[in-house]
Design a protein around this ligand. Structure first.
Ligand code: WTA
Length: 647
């Protein structure tokens, strides 16, 4: 089938940092001579002590290990702040747009940001936080979140950001796992006009975490929240007492930078660990090339700092590159569905990077909301987090970008630290729905289920053949789990968990997760996590969760639930379970459909046949495959006859 092709616009081909020929040449060079390539690219970082060793990496069990630039030293906050002071100290670094457009925006220059970071870093030190200590950040999208991240990086502390939409329980689990003694939060969060009781959530979480001795609370909405004597500290008052100077710590390239918990196919969320040197090179390089970024351009990544996109492309990548980065507290449809584009006009945003789920939601509201704004400042659009369907792509391109802005559809993961497969705007002809070609240093390969390499066009499991600087280094506290999760499915390769098709032009089309992870509105959810939340309810005997197609969210959450014998499941219980899961994990895990079933399809050995449930979830029940090994095939008929539909 011929795919429509959108060639690189002439204006882009000429002035771009990287053109088609440059891309091909440099990508080939990055694979042929990785040491030479990375020695040069790493020059973008101000090293305190230069590295001599580029990389020591192996995906094989015998000598497994991933280390980049390991004898070099640096400080990431100095690379994001101090190095800009002489040349762009008065340039706005963070342009903050509040939830409610009636409230004033905030413009924080590099000089001001530097000062705030130093003060906060000193406060952390005063509370006993030092190199290697973990700091849990449970903050909404306020500039202080970036201040906190950079302050940790400055003193060598390891931040662990917990998305402010997560429940007290989820927060407590993440605090416990990395054993942090300190939590940063606000009195309340504000999203779409609604208040979120963040401090109250922290208080609830901490009933389970006695080791936490410090909570720093930023007064954001001004709600008077109870403070625990000796433990809770008022952010502004404490910062005001600190010195505005704080020398950056000299960090080793492989010293931990941050932990970010993410969902996998089994068990509890994994603490993905990124280290300092490789991540800095990768976040800065990918941000510069993917967005063809020039210092000072107004750039907006609409992701939350609670996700990896917020780490790499709201804060670290842009600030290392001298950007003016927009930070948005609100949501796309508040006060109305024009909001994104109003903010674009207000600030003159040139580059906008967002998620398909938001685009689909806005697309449904009609073109008028977009068309009544100017958007003439926009030059480039980006997409991240999930596959972008061709309809949403076309709307983004034609309506939002008026046919003049290339779309960079960027495929990557929390584990990869930064973009892995993406067009470069001045180099890559676009095909709607394809993430196109690999970033420098990335060698994607397709394998079939038994590990045979698929050459040329075909479809299979997406693996990466060799290490890249931004790769995660371990699962916090469980190095064995790191190896088992990513390097044993296909020996010697990093397994992404995604399926992918490659076409005759060598373009990549991500087909979605092939493990038990679902992608709901661009948020990764482990089905196992939702299942264990459900079975924790006293009336539930067993639960299985699968993805289902969802017009806006991409995938919705479909839960099959078997109740305890004496329970009569009804609508009230359905509502109760939905509330239960929201409380256990957070609103992003809200089930879209719950089907009560007397039994789940199991093999004779008692294993749930998830393949069948997935098919039912997808409403693709014409061919359920081999059901002969089921202990009781009639269970499937019952499920099919009673499949609920989305309202
Ligand atoms: C999916 C988000 C298709 C994919 C940066 C991946 C995508 C998971 C794309 C990682 C894309 C991300 N096209 N699918 N452009 N980008 N994904 O860790 O399934 O939150 O494995 O990182 O999102 O999600 P994560």
């Amino acid at each position: 089938m011929a795919q429509p092709l959108y060639p690189v616009p002439e204006a882009w081909a000429e002035g771009a940092l990287i053109d088609a020929e440059g891309y091909a040449r440099r990508h080939a060079a990055s694979l042929a001579d990785p040491d030479g390539f990375w020695r040069e690219e790493a020059g973008r970082i101000d090293w305190i002590k230069p590295f001599t060793q580029v990389r020591t990496t192996s995906f094989h069990e015998a000598d497994f290990g991933i280390r980049w630039f390991e004898d070099g030293t640096l400080n990431l906050s100095a690379n994001a702040l101090d190095r800009h002071l002489a040349t762009r100290g008065d340039q706005v670094a963070i342009l903050w747009e509040p939830d409610d457009p009636a409230n004033p925006e905030r413009r924080i220059t590099y000089r001001e940001l530097h000062e705030q970071v130093c003060r906060f870093a000193n406060l952390l030190k005063q509370r006993g936080v030092g190199r290697g200590d973990r700091v849990t950040i449970y903050l909404p999208m306020v500039p202080e979140a970036a201040v906190a991240m950079l302050a940790c990086a400055r003193i060598g502390a390891v931040h662990s950001i917990v998305f402010a939409g997560f429940s007290p329980d989820a927060l407590a689990g993440r605090i416990e796992d990395c054993e942090s003694r300190i939590v940063l939060t606000t009195d309340e969060g504000l999203r779409g006009g609604k208040k979120v009781p963040l401090k109250a959530n922290v208080d609830e979480a901490l009933t389970r975490c006695p080791a936490v001795d410090t909570v720093i609370v930023l007064a954001h909405t001004g709600a008077g929240v109870p403070m625990v004597e000796g433990r809770d500290i008022d952010w502004a008052a404490a910062v005001a007492r600190q010195s505005a100077e704080c020398a950056p710590e000299e960090m080793g390239a492989e010293d931990p930078l941050f932990i970010l918990y993410t969902s996998g196919s089994t068990g509890k969320p994994k603490g993905v660990l990124h280290t300092t040197g490789g991540y800095s090179v990768w976040a800065s390089m990918t941000h510069q090339y993917v967005f063809d970024y020039r210092p000072g351009q107004i750039y907006w990544c609409a992701a939350d700092i609670g996700w990896v996109t917020g780490h790499s492309y709201v804060v670290y990548g842009p600030l290392m590159n001298g950007a003016t980065t927009v930070m948005f507290e609100g949501v796309p449809n508040f006060p109305d569905p024009s909001r994104f584009w109003q903010v674009v006009d207000k600030f003159g945003v040139e580059i906008f990077y967002g998620a398909p789920t938001a685009l689909r939601a806005l697309m449904r509201e009609g073109d008028e909301w977009v068309k009544k704004t100017s958007r003439k400042s926009l030059r480039l659009l980006g997409s991240v987090g999930e596959p972008i369907n061709p309809e949403a792509w076309a709307w983004y391109y034609d309506v939002v970008g008026e046919g003049r802005c290339p779309i960079v559809d960027t495929w990557w993961q929390t584990e990869t630290g930064g973009v892995m497969i993406s067009p470069l705007p001045g180099a890559t002809d676009l095909k709607p729905g394809s993430a196109t070609l690999p970033m420098f240093g990335v060698k994607p390969m397709l394998l079939d289920n038994d590990g045979t390499v698929i050459e040329g066009p075909g479809e299979g499991c997406l693996v990466i053949a060799d290490s890249w600087p931004g790769q995660m280094r371990t699962v916090w506290g469980d190095h064995e789990r790191f190896f088992q999760t990513y390097f044993t499915t296909f020996k010697g390769y990093y397994f992404t968990g995604d399926g992918c098709r490659r076409d005759a032009d060598g373009y990549h089309w991500i087909t979605g997760r092939i493990d038990d992870v679902i992608n709901v509105s661009g948020h990764r959810m482990g089905t196992a996590e939702i299942e264990s939340a459900l079975v924790a309810h006293p009336k539930v005997a067993e639960a299985a969760v699968v993805g289902m197609p969802h017009e806006i969210k991409g995938q919705g959450i479909y839960a099959f639930v078997t109740c305890n014998a004496e329970v009569e499941p009804d609508d009230a219980l359905r509502k109760e379970l939905i509330q239960w899961v929201r409380h256990e994990i957070g609103p992003i895990a809200t089930p879209d459909l719950i089907q009560f079933a007397p039994g789940l399809p199991k093999t004779r050995s008692g294993k749930i046949m998830r393949r069948i449930l997935r098919k039912i979830g997808e409403n693709d029940t014409s061919n359920l495959g081999d059901t002969s090994t089921l202990a009781d095939p009639s269970v499937v008929d019952h499920l099919l006859a009673n499949r609920p539909q989305l309202a």
